[in-house]
Design a protein around this ligand. Structure first.
Ligand SMILES: C[S@@+](CC[C@H](N)C(=O)[O-])C[C@H]1O[C@@H](n2cnc3c(N)ncnc32)[C@H](O)[C@@H]1O
Length: 346
């Protein structure tokens, strides 16, 4: 068992017996028993997709909970399971092994979903689910640097095989650029003060770990929790969104939906903050393309929220792909009508 692999997932499910599997992607052993992610709104997501004998894509397979739900719901359902995180994929492969070749794993950012499906010989699918953001194991693993509660490198990448870390990003940006990111992605009003303090800490050699980053934030705005929320929460969220290009990824995915969901197919998207939810709401707004499955977004039950705090901020939006044929005095619109073309060419 490699020291590196142990470092990858510390502190999780310590009581569980470790089970190490070799990951070809990371070239290390990964303790998959440590990858414990409580799936949010599993039943509502699966029932929104209403799985049948078709192909579904789970663009954020993570620990595999939603994919497992789809595969269990119908014996002839197949899933293309995407994730950009090698550790998540290794854990999902292990958990979903009993389903054999009914599930195909692809390491890719979901912004590239069209090419991932094309590589699997598909242009359309019967349904798609997305459970946005990060998983509990990603947050809980100090070595990934996403949590201000655990000391680790200021990294924050979901895919550690490449790209800029949060520390490199902070170093590259000017004070103003950093403040803009904190303001827009963290919806943090005190962004300028925080950005200046973080850049000063970096210049003084005082910005090495996540706890240093939190200290620089607290130095700027004080230790007071606003509404019970740690003062570092918004800045950490902002940097994570920026490092992983989370909103760009989401916009690309949403733009591709009308092309990859077959008519009568369904989408179910779980978002965890207003920036994400706004984009999802706007994308599913076009009544020529989507018919919402519920009037309002579905939220977790009180019971689920009590058992899994992460579920409390979740919103599920789901819709069925339609082609609305314009009412015409001559009957149904012909195949080549403007509306049909508009939908088809999206
Ligand atoms: C909340 S978890 C999913 C949990 C999963 N639904 C389950 O039940 O176990 C989100 C997952 O999405 C992945 N992810 C986030 N953004 C991504 C992106 N742009 N492309 C691919 N995967 C992404 C993360 O790496 C993480 O594993």
């Amino acid at each position: 068992m490699s020291g590196q692999a142990q470092l990858a997932l510390p502190g999780l499910a310590a009581e569980a017996a470790a089970e190490w599997v070799w990951s070809e992607e990371t070239g290390e052993e990964i303790d998959v028993t440590a990858f414990v992610h409580e799936t949010v709104m599993r039943a509502p997501v699966v029932s929104a997709l209403a799985p049948g004998a078709g192909v579904y894509v789970d663009v954020t397979v993570g620990g595999g909970g939603h994919t497992e739900g789809i595969l269990e719901a119908h014996p002839e359902a197949r899933v293309i399971a995407l994730d950009r995180d090698d550790v998540a994929l290794a854990a999902a492969k292990e958990r979903l092994a009993p389903f054999g070749d009914r599930v195909t794993f692809v390491k890719t950012p979901f912004g590239d979903v069209v090419s991932a499906l094309a590589a699997a010989g598909l242009s359309e699918v019967d349904g798609l689910c997305a459970d946005l953001g990060v998983s509990s194991p990603q947050l809980d693993d100090a070595a990934r640097g996403m949590s201000f509660r655990r000391e680790g490198p200021i990294d924050m990448r979901m895919d550690r095989s490449g790209g800029e870390t949060a520390l490199e990003l902070v170093d590259r940006l000017s004070d103003d650029e950093l403040a803009d990111i904190i303001f827009h992605y963290g919806e943090e009003k005190r962004s300028r003060r925080i950005a200046r303090s973080v850049k000063r800490a970096l210049a003084e050699g005082q910005l090495v770990t996540t706890l240093d980053l939190r200290r620089a934030i607290v130095r700027a705005v004080g230790p007071v929790r606003v509404g019970g929320v740690d003062p570092a929460t918004r800045t950490f969220q902002a940097l994570r969104i920026a490092v992983n290009g989370e909103l760009d990824q989401l916009e690309t995915l949403l733009g591709a939906l009308p092309r990859i969901i077959r008519v009568d197919g369904r989408v179910a998207i779980l978002s965890f903050h207003s920036l994400e939810d706004r984009l999802v709401k706007r994308a599913l707004h076009d009544r020529d393309v989507w018919e919402p499955l519920t009037k309002k977004p579905v939220v977790a039950t009180e019971e689920e929220g009590a058992a899994n705090p992460r579920a409390r901020s979740a919103k599920l939006r789901s819709a069925r792909r339609i082609v609305r044929i314009a009412a015409s005095p001559w009957g149904a619109a012909p195949e080549t009508s403007g509306i049909h073309r508009k939908v088809r060419d999206r």
